[in-house]
Write a protein that binds this ligand. Structure first.
Ligand SMILES: [Cu+2]
Length: 675
């Protein structure tokens, strides 16, 4: 296997031919499709399409395991449906795959379900997706976007007008968001434009002032938008009523009609990109006068001379009392499944699946076309397909075990990323300590070790770091970190600062935005029958200070509210009552406390920073208000399981205002509307 020049820099290999199948084809029923399987599935879909349809050219977009039903998986693995009971008898598992592809001539999108029958993958069903429903944008289409804009005469001319040569032109392809001016059927991207003065220079230092819209089936630019600029506030301002001291050169933030001159509608002059370089690569930084690296750090070694304390067998990971399945998923990135805890010989089911369901990045600038910056980074691009190959010593320290991942390329071959998930142990500070303060009393401290399952994903300018961390005391932590570079737009030399962003450097403005994550938590705490309970801390009701029941006024209790159905599940966070949500098993009762066994969701760091659950205004005031809490929502779309409900992962453009609102609502209870 080798990497062709067309593959993204994250790919380590591309596999184009299928070798004979290994029997049995999986160790664990949730093992992701191997590169060989992806290629074999592509062959069967291609054959079926050629024989049975009039589709002329297949552009594969996604190809992945369609998980078997939950109970079949648990029975196969011998995991009981209730802690302490016997597992169900094993049933036969049929290996299935799901494929999304686009007709590269007509532009229609299709979904196929494929089953492994003996040695052969056989197409069970093929369905044309409704108009306006599209599978995610592929890596190849993102790369194609840049080629398309460079080949467009009008784009080249517009760039030349602000001093940018064709070879300096770069574009980040983005999903279009919501723009009803374009037909729902078209598979389009908006090209956020930048210039770059040399091969590896930081292009985000040089944003351009126009935004082409690209059709990736027709492979051409179909429209060009020009955002207005800010101007000194005159007598009348669009934002007057909002109390915002600013005005724009256009008369409205609404999109100009498609047939009008969009540059004219913007009501401004062209804005050349800022020239100054702001690099991040050390060799380029070194060229800058006066730049010096820090030289005052002594070495710090992370060593495990006797190796690691975890075991990996295929995708099954065991560490301390934990056992789980770790898979690469093109959409969710890391998918953890069948997580159990061995409690002195009793296998306790904990979570059936933990993964990222969706994440949305709404931007706050109202000038058209900026509101189209509204990225669903999971469903529109795929965290897995955007994942990096990890490097020892840079991304991870110590003794690392890596897992590979594979996703389908347009031609049906498998793009392989060798080290896409890393597994390692870390010292995690103190787990517990107590000192008997009496004379001669003893002190005891126990150090904490944690297991980290990590992935890093590049979404154009941003990097997301996902850390799923397991602790010796049964805790699980999901840490989502954000790094990389801010998404920026150009600001004219004398243009006032935007009230909807922060000016980072002369000519470079970063629009306010949020990153809102939806983590899929499919619990099976001590069994499949779980409930959710909301707990508030409240003063003893109807018992004021001085009353017989609460003379000193100090009494407080916990008030539990069961969340009975999913429709009640979008909850408001309440700092005043220290509100918590617990996933509990009503059948499993603690012998002393008489409380149910369960897991409580906690926000780790949001409070200190005021970025998570603070007022909306507080969050929006931060230049890059990054919500770093793992907001949890049990089974939003529940993922798609065989015989299950249709899952997410497709982009619905037309009429998406409503569905978008619902998605955000499901993501985080507090935000009820994204618009
Ligand atoms: Cu951000």
């Amino acid at each position: 296997m080798s990497v062709p020049l067309t593959a993204p820099s994250t790919a380590t290999a591309v596999q184009a031919s299928a070798e004979p199948l290994k029997v049995p084809p999986f160790k664990h029923p949730l093992d992701p499709l191997t590169p060989e399987e992806i290629v074999a599935v592509s062959h069967s879909v291609r054959r079926y399409v050629a024989e049975k349809t009039d589709v002329k050219a297949v552009r594969f977009i996604t190809s992945y395991l369609l998980p078997p039903p939950k109970k079949a998986v648990l029975a196969y693995l011998g995991i009981p449906l209730q802690s302490g009971e016997k597992p169900e008898p094993a049933v036969e598992i049929v290996r299935k795959a799901e494929v999304d592809f686009v007709d590269a001539v007509a532009g229609n999108a299709y979904n196929a379900i494929v089953s492994l029958n003996g040695q052969e993958w056989v197409v069970d069903s093929l369905e044309k997706l409704p108009e306006g429903v599209q599978p995610q944008i592929s890596v190849e289409e993102l790369l194609m976007c840049e080629e398309i804009i460079r080949a467009d005469e009008r784009v080249v001319k517009l760039a030349a007008e602000v001093g940018v040569k064709p070879e300096q032109l770069h574009a980040d392809g983005w999903a279009i968001g919501y723009d009803p001016r374009f037909p729902a059927k078209q598979r389009i991207q908006q090209a956020l434009m930048f210039a770059r003065w040399s091969r590896h220079e930081n292009l985000y230092a040089h944003p351009l002032d126009f935004i082409p819209v690209v059709d990736s089936v027709a492979k051409k630019v179909i429209h060009i938008d020009f955002p207005p600029a800010f101007k000194p506030k005159g007598d009348k301002s669009l934002f007057e009523a909002a109390g915002v001291n600013a005005d724009i050169t256009a008369t409205t933030t609404a999109p100009p009609a498609i047939e009008t001159d969009s540059f004219e509608a913007a009501g401004r002059n062209r804005i050349p990109p800022p020239q100054e370089s702001y690099d991040f690569l050390p060799d380029l930084l070194e060229q800058k006068e006066g730049f010096k690296f820090r030289e005052d750090l002594k070495p710090l070694h992370v060593i495990q001379p006797e190796g690691v304390s975890f075991k990996v067998d295929g995708h099954v990971l065991e560490w301390q009392k934990w056992k789980m399945h770790v898979a690469f998923h093109h959409r969710e990135g890391i998918a953890l499944s069948t997580i159990t805890y061995n409690d002195d010989g009793t296998v306790r089911p904990i979570f059936y699946r933990l993964s990222l369901s969706e994440m949305v990045v709404p931007y706050g600038a109202p000038e058209h076309p900026h509101p189209r910056k509204h990225a669903f980074d999971v469903g529109e691009y795929g965290m897995g397909t955007m994942a990096n190959e990890l490097t020892l010593g840079c991304d991870c320290l110590g003794q690392i075990h890596y897992l590979p991942g594979a996703y389908v390329a347009h031609d049906g071959s498998a793009v392989v990323v060798k080290n896409v998930i890393c597994i390692h142990e870390e010292d995690a500070g103190l787990l517990w300590k107590h000192t008997d303060f009496r004379v001669g009393g003893r002190a005891q401290a126990v150090r904490s070790r944690r297991l980290v399952i990590q992935q890093i994903c590049t979404l154009a300018n941003y990097e997301y770091i996902f850390n799923y961390m397991f602790y010796q005391d049964g805790n699980i932590e999901v840490e989502i970190r954000l790094t990389g570079i801010l998404q920026v737009y150009v600001q004219g030399q004398d243009e006032p600062n935007s009230p909807f962003g922060t000016t980072l450097a002369p000519g470079v403005s970063a629009h306010y935005h949020q990153h809102i994550f939806s983590v899929r938590v499919d619990p099976m705490v001590d069994g499949l029958q779980n409930s959710v309970v909301e707990t508030d801390i409240v003063p003893l009701p109807k018992a004021p200070l001085g009353s017989a029941a609460n003379f000193s006024g100090n009494a407080f209790i916990t008030r539990n509210t069961p969340i009975a159905r999913a429709s009640e599940g979008a909850r408001e966070f309440d700092y005043g009552t220290d509100r918590r949500w617990a996933i509990v098993n009503p059948k499993k009762v603690h012998p002393a406390s008489k409380r149910n066994a369960g897991y409580t969701l906690h926000v780790m760091r949001g409070r200190k920073r005021g970025t998570c659950g603070g007022s909306r205004v507080e969050r929006m005031n931060l230049p890059d208000a990054f919500v770093d809490c793992a907001s949890s929502e049990g089974g939003r779309e529940g993922g798609r399981e065989q015989r299950g409900q249709r899952g997410g992962g497709r982009v619905q453009r037309k009429g998406s205002a409503q569905s978008r609102g619902q998605r955000v609502r499901a993501t985080q209870g507090r935000v009820t509307d994204s618009q």
